[in-house]
Design a protein around this ligand. Structure first.
Ligand code: C2O
Ligand code: CU
Ligand code: CU
Length: 500
């Protein structure tokens, strides 16, 4: 009797230990502990500044030659790592053109596989957009051309091959595209490229034991690659020398999935002057700015002579714990000279941003993102999801329906945020935007006016810019047509989708 009781207790005890160990394992395995690299990063490499792309002007057309190529880069490990770039081994040059100019791109694909090059944030004909239908075979040249017709802004470019966007961007294909205009040029703003006007392409990557790019996806969640090392313009542990009292930073979250909440180590205020599609009406002072993948912002920050200050990312207010949003990361360091050249005060007024009026909207559409679908459907290269009339104003209500790490990007147009779950948008969402974060279950109402580039055969995309989600199918297509027209079918649609 005693013996059997003892045996029973032993069995129960062992059972409990097994259950406890198993539960602990489950928790460790599925709840990723936030990463904290604050104070751990050595800032010992000068920040690389992407060169301004060369171009030639003939007959009023500005032509850029771009070559997608593979190469090797020093990512801070002992051995060089294989990476992809545009006109170089990693990332690409900064393109720059004026509003009103006609640009011509000569994009040559010297990669071992097909790709595309998309001009994110650009208003242009769908056939020139570089989306999943404008594939460039290895060895081929693709030559889109269009006239720049939008306000000064910080845009970017990256591949958009369906099913392979995450892979191609992560390997290093991305660059900035700065649009200039006379209104911006009149303002007293820092604009000496590489001196007091710095492009900052912020990306997270993982390196394996041999220092090579690790393509492995995060075990936690479905967002794809969450990197533990932050690169700015391809530089790991970057520092930038500052020689002026104020510096304009053109921030681009070029990561596959990770949101950043940019702050300075001492919590100083900075002025937000621009968002995705251009300058704001007036600067907005803030001490933290969240950007999800694909979003850009222009900020102006002031420095004291001789100081060193770290730009970091604090936990983001994303409404969920995915994609590394809860991490604290040191990003880069600014080193101010002992004597700084004077900088102008930030102007009180910047540009006019005419508010789009919901009364003018002729159509309302709603988009629900969940799993790898929008409105219950995965991307189909042959299906046109929405048909829009040229010149129409529309309201799009977009909802994150499954709580995942989703944002929403629309090609060709810049939109304004009307409200978020019925609330007024915060200052950083009051300007022109083309990509917006979606907190779980909080509908975001966007208003946009479509332009006059019409086509009945070439669509534009709308999608989640978490690149793994986009590749998995969280994307749809819309066409802009003349009133009364309807799509005639997409040439070669579907031939080039990349299977993953
Ligand atoms: Cu930045 Cu459809 O892309
Ligand atoms: Cu885009
Ligand atoms: Cu998503």
């Amino acid at each position: 009797m005693r013996a059997s009781m003892k045996f029973l207790l032993t069995v129960l005890g062992t059972g409990m230990i097994v259950v406890t160990v198993f539960t602990a394992w489950l928790i460790i395995a599925f709840v990723r502990a936030p990463l904290d690299t604050v104070g751990e990063v050595d800032f010992d490499r000068p920040l690389a500044i992407p060169p301004l792309a060369e171009s030639s002007v003939e007959g009023g057309v500005r032509t850029f030659d771009l070559r997608l190529q593979s190469g090797t880069s020093d990512l801070g490990s002992e051995e060089p790592t294989s990476t992809w770039g545009v006109n170089g081994d990693l990332l690409g040059p900064t393109l720059r053109a004026e509003r009103g100019e006609t640009v011509a791109m000569r994009v040559r694909n010297d990669l071992p596989e097909i790709s595309t090059l998309h001009w994110h944030g650009m208003h242009l004909p769908a056939e020139m957009d570089g989306g999943p239908h404008q594939v460039i075979e290895p060895g081929d040249l693709w030559s889109p051309t269009w006239t720049i017709d939008q306000p000064a802004a910080t845009l970017w470019y990256h591949p958009h091959l369906h099913g392979a966007t995450a892979d191609h961007v992560y390997r290093g294909l991305a660059g900035m595209f700065i649009v200039d205009d006379p209104v911006e040029a009149e303002l007293d703003l820092p604009r000496d490229y590489g001196v007091d006007d710095l492009p900052l392409i912020v990306q997270d990557k993982n390196l394996d034991e041999d220092g090579r790019l690790d393509m492995g996806e995060s075990f936690f969640g479905s967002a794809g690659i969450i990197g533990e090392t932050v690169f700015v313009n391809g530089t790991r542990g970057a520092y930038a020398d500052v020689t002026t009292e104020a510096v304009r930073l053109r921030l681009l979250n070029g990561s596959n999935a990770r949101p950043f909440s940019f702050t300075f180590a001492d919590g100083r205020d900075f002025d937000l002057i621009g968002t995705d599609g251009g300058l704001l009406e007036a600067p907005a002072a803030m001490d933290a700015l969240q950007l999800s993948p694909g979003e850009r912002a222009e900020i102006i920050v002031r420095f004291e002579p001789g100081e060193r200050i770290v730009l970091r990312s604090e936990p983001s207010d994303t409404g969920n714990t995915f994609a590394g949003g809860q991490d604290r990361l040191d990003i880069m360091e600014f080193r101010a000279a002992d004597r700084l050249d004077p900088s102008p005060a930030v102007p009180d007024q910047l540009v006019e941003v005419p508010r789009l009026d919901p009364e003018d909207a002729s159509e309302e559409r709603s988009f629900r993102l969940a799993g790898s679908t929008i409105n219950g459907r995965e991307m189909d290269m042959q299906r046109v999801d929405e048909v829009v009339e040229a010149g129409a104003a529309e309201i799009w209500t977009v909802t994150n329906d499954d709580g995942g790490s989703h944002n929403f990007h629309v090609h060709d147009v810049q939109f304004q945020v009307l409200d978020i779950d019925g609330r007024e948008p915060p200052p950083h969402l009051r300007g022109w935007k083309d990509t917006v974060w979606l907190r779980p279950s909080e509908p975001v109402r966007l208003i946009m006016r479509f332009g006059h580039h019409t086509s009945t055969e070439w669509p534009y995309m709308f999608h989640c810019h978490t690149l793994r989600h986009e590749d998995d199918g969280m994307m749809g297509q819309f066409m802009v047509v003349e009133p009364g027209q309807s799509p005639t079918g997409i040439p070669h649609a579907g031939e080039h989708a990349h299977d993953h």
